[in-house]
Design a protein around this ligand. Structure first.
Ligand code: SAM
Ligand code: DTB
Ligand code: SF4
Length: 342
């Protein structure tokens, strides 16, 4: 089957939200080198090929989450021994943001282990957003589900991006989370979009899902009313004591095949040309060569620092060495370059 990939004009014409599952499947089925060639062409039309955005994560409220996401160390249903903490105070968050900026980060992403924020937390959350933004950093939060009113308040405080992942295909979702529905995730994404904030929405591969689930996952993202501006692709970090960490421990499924991960990144790039495609959790488990292939496939953002929210991450030294070897530079402007398109 032939696939009409995006050939976007500078105005954004040609960006498609009407992808069929068959078309997404056909992209996955391309010979790897053809897929990478297509992905790299789309990438160069919309993004500066050697610039990577650096983001830093901070867990502002750790552990004790009532949701039962099977991958998550912070779920109260998991037996990970993680101690539940209260919401951090604003000054501590701002000190961490200042450190991230000094280390070269352009974006600061704050995550909370909540089903949804309580209205009584909103003043502190808005103060965090305003303080981080005043430092000249791009701001992102991930706090669980939001009501329209909460989304509006965060947008007003200056929140640039809200992260809320679909995580997997609609069909596979029920095997991963039972305490909320796919539709509830879509509803929150709608509230975020309506508030004017940019959407950061992606998911996890390597949870024992099938190729068809990865197709369904990217199809769901690429057919949202508007593409997310940012698409994090996480490789499962198998954490002992979580349902998925324990289920996959010692099985051949424990780690996603490297080239299947690269394919997933490439299809995301082709289907959503303007999005920042973010190599997120699990990057530590990818070799330098696999990461290089991911950048070739169109990934253009990474998390820096030696910690994600609770899991480890490739530290700044390893990333500096990788950038040096590959000739990559940190993106200086929050707005991705669109040199080739303009
Ligand atoms: N509680 C909020 C929520 O779930 O919307 C925000 C925090 S949650 C940790 C953000 C995302 O991190 C999840 O949607 C999931 O995609 C990713 N994540 C969490 N644990 C992970 C793991 N062990 N491996 C890979 N990705 C993970
Ligand atoms: C996302 O998709 N990946 C980041 C961000 N959104 C918040 C989080 C990854 C969390 C990895 C597991 C942990 O650190 O506990
Ligand atoms: Fe809670 Fe988010 Fe972890 Fe799910 S992914 S258990 S909602 S912190």
């Amino acid at each position: 089957m032939s696939v009409s990939v995006n050939r976007p004009s500078p105005s954004g014409e040609g960006i498609r939200t009407d992808w069929t599952r068959e078309e997404i499947r056909a992209l996955f089925d391309l010979p790897l080198l053809d897929l990478l060639y297509e992905a790299q062409q789309v990438h160069r039309r919309w993004h500066a090929p050697n610039e990577i955005q650096l983001s830093t994560l901070l867990s502002i409220k750790t552990g004790g989450c009532p949701e039962d996401c099977g991958y998550c160390s912070q779920s109260a249903h998991a037996k990970t021994g993680l101690r539940a903490e209260k919401l951090m105070d604003v000054d501590t968050v701002l000190a961490a943001a200042a450190e991230a900026k000094a280390a070269g980060s352009g974006r600061f992403c704050m995550g909370a282990a909540w089903r949804e924020p309580k209205d009584r937390d909103m003043d502190a959350l808005c103060a965090m957003v305003a303080g981080v933004k005043a430092m000249g950093l791009e701001t992102c939060m991930t706090l669980g589900m939001l009501s329209p009113g909460q989304a509006g308040r965060l947008a007003e405080a200056g929140l640039d991006y809200y992260n809320h992942n679909l995580d997997t295909s609609p069909e596979h979702y029920g095997a991963i989370v039972t305490t909320r529905t796919y539709q509830e995730r879509l509803d929150t994404l709608g509230h975020v979009r309506a508030s004017g904030m940019a959407v950061c929405c992606g998911g996890i591969v390597g949870m024992g899902e099938s190729r068809e689930d990865r197709i369904g996952f990217l199809h769901a993202l690429a057919t949202l009313p508007a593409h997310p501006e940012s698409v994090p692709i996480n490789a499962l970090v198998p954490v002992k004591g979580t349902v998925l960490g324990d289920m996959l421990a010692g099985t051949p499924l424990a780690k996603i095949d490297d080239l299947e991960f690269v394919r997933t990144v490439a299809v995301a790039r082709i289907a959503m040309p303007r999005a920042m495609v973010r190599l997120s959790a699990g990057r530590e488990s990818l070799s330098e060569s696999t990461q290089a292939l991911c950048f070739l496939a169109g990934a253009n953002s990474i998390f820096t620092g030696d910690k994600l929210l609770t899991a480890g991450n490739a530290g700044a030294d390893a990333d500096a060495a990788l950038f040096q070897k590959l000739g990559l530079v940190a993106m200086t402007s929050a707005e991705p370059a669109r040199a080739a398109a303009e």
